[in-house]
Ligand binder design. Structure first.
Ligand code: DC
Length: 206
């Protein structure tokens, strides 16, 4: 069975948490596509040319322990604005999306560019302040010393870059289900995502 769930949205909106939860619920494979850009950004920071970095991504690159840092997110957003870098990562993501048994991918352009035919598309958002607070808690738990105001500023700058870029900008697909998690608990957000997927699976059986 091929069944793709595309989850897009700005930084720290809850995409990753929802993606992991629904993949477990339905037994689908899960790909955090932000990690691909973070790994490319890390290789570029180490001196590699961006397109060569994207073309040579390995499982080892994706397993680096420092990819969740604020610096890695910033580096990712910069390489993600390069069309040749994005092009080098398309095939891998589409192959993943079409694997048998179902797949969930989260990112910025999954429902618009990578998988425009995905069975379910979700666009997950939350207010800037709530997203910054969540990201600040994550960074703090990971031992990064940073103020919440700084996190908010960086998050807004990153969203602005991801939204303004010419190639595959961050935006909701016209047929995406909007999920605003500002006032939703994780469980409630996951349940809404699960309901959208179940509805689509039900339609397939009709
Ligand atoms: O989801 P994340 O914060 O790990 O993503 C890091 C950066 O990678 C994000 O600022 C923009 C880029 N990205 C992208 O351009 N397209 C994707 N599908 C996923 C991430």
């Amino acid at each position: 069975m091929i069944f793709t769930v595309a989850i897009d949205g700005p930084a720290a909106a809850g995409k990753g948490t929802i993606a992991r939860a629904v993949s477990e619920r339905f037994g689908f494979a899960c790909l955090d596509t932000g990690l691909l850009y973070r790994a490319v950004g890390a290789k570029v920071a180490a001196g590699m040319e961006p397109v060569a970095a994207a073309k040579s991504l390995s499982a080892e690159d994706l397993g680096r322990g420092d990819l969740r840092s604020a610096a890695a997110g910033e580096a990712a957003s910069r390489v993600a604005a390069m069309p040749e870098v994005r092009a080098a990562l398309v095939e891998f993501q589409r192959g993943f999306a079409l694997r048998s048994g179902g797949a969930v991918l989260d990112g910025r352009d999954i429902g618009t560019v990578i998988c425009p035919d995905a069975e379910v598309k979700l666009f997950v958002t939350a207010s800037d302040e709530v997203r910054a607070h969540r990201r600040w808690l994550e960074l703090r738990a990971a031992g990064e010393e940073v103020s919440e105001a700084r996190v908010l500023e960086e998050l807004r700058a990153r969203d602005a870059r991801d939204t303004a870029r010419a190639d595959a900008p961050l935006r909701a697909a016209p047929d995406a289900v909007l999920l605003d998690t500002t006032e939703l608990s994780i469980d409630a957000a996951v349940e809404k995502a699960v309901a959208a997927i179940e509805e689509r699976i039900g339609q397939g059986r009709e």
